[in-house]
Design a protein around this ligand. Structure first.
Ligand code: S3P
Length: 179
């Protein structure tokens, strides 16, 4: 499972990683949207963050259950998911490896700005640069509980995915066909 702050590249790296491995990719926010039949931004707006977190835990339980029968899957979590103890302990109890994708907070902010300008991404918790930094600093110790931390600064999505495959020894699991 890929975790980290907004703008860390969890979904884009997750897609590239799954593609390079021949695995399935899943975005937990998309599972939430399917379950609730609403966009994440609408859930925040209509029902508030607490309700979003409830939906997130429900979706995470389903995703964790799904891994028992289909383990060759990369799952990207939303930025707040691993910060909540019930979610983190559910993942750890199931022994699911977690990767924290990190970058400097200025770079994370720039990536989020670009995504909202170019792709119209709506992030309910984006806020101001100051609030963004404070939230990042508050959450970072939680992310560091991950099994592995990967720096994404100045790297392309494909580079990060390839580095992760090497670092986690997933190339060996693939039978070395790309070596
Ligand atoms: C959130 C991050 C979002 C999404 C929701 C809450 C957060 O996902 O789950 O808006 O608490 O940081 P991304 O990290 O993919 O933007």
């Amino acid at each position: 499972m890929l975790i980290g702050f907004m703008g860390a590249g969890k979904s884009s790296v997750g897609r590239a990683l799954a593609e390079q491995l021949g695995w399935t990719f899943e975005d937990l926010d998309e599972r939430i949207e399917r379950r609730e039949e609403k966009k994440v931004a609408e859930i925040f707006r209509d029902a508030g963050e607490a309700e979003f977190r409830r939906a997130e835990l429900g979706a995470l339980k389903e995703a964790v259950e799904g891994l028992r029968t289909a383990s060759e899957r990369v799952i990207a979590l939303g930025g707040g998911a691993f910060v909540h103890e019930s979610n983190a302990s559910l993942i750890e109890a199931a022994n699911i490896p977690t990767v924290f994708l990190d970058a400097g907070v200025e770079e994370l902010w720039r990536r989020c700005q670009r995504q909202s300008e170019e792709q119209g991404w709506e992030r309910p918790l984006l806020g101001s640069p100051k609030g963004f930094r404070e939230l990042y600093e508050k959450r970072r110790p939680h992310y560091l509980r991950a099994s592995f931390t990967q720096d994404t600064s100045g790297r392309t999505v494909e580079e990060v995915a390839a580095e992760l495959i090497q670092a986690l020894g997933l190339d060996r699991r693939r039978g070395g066909e790309n070596q």
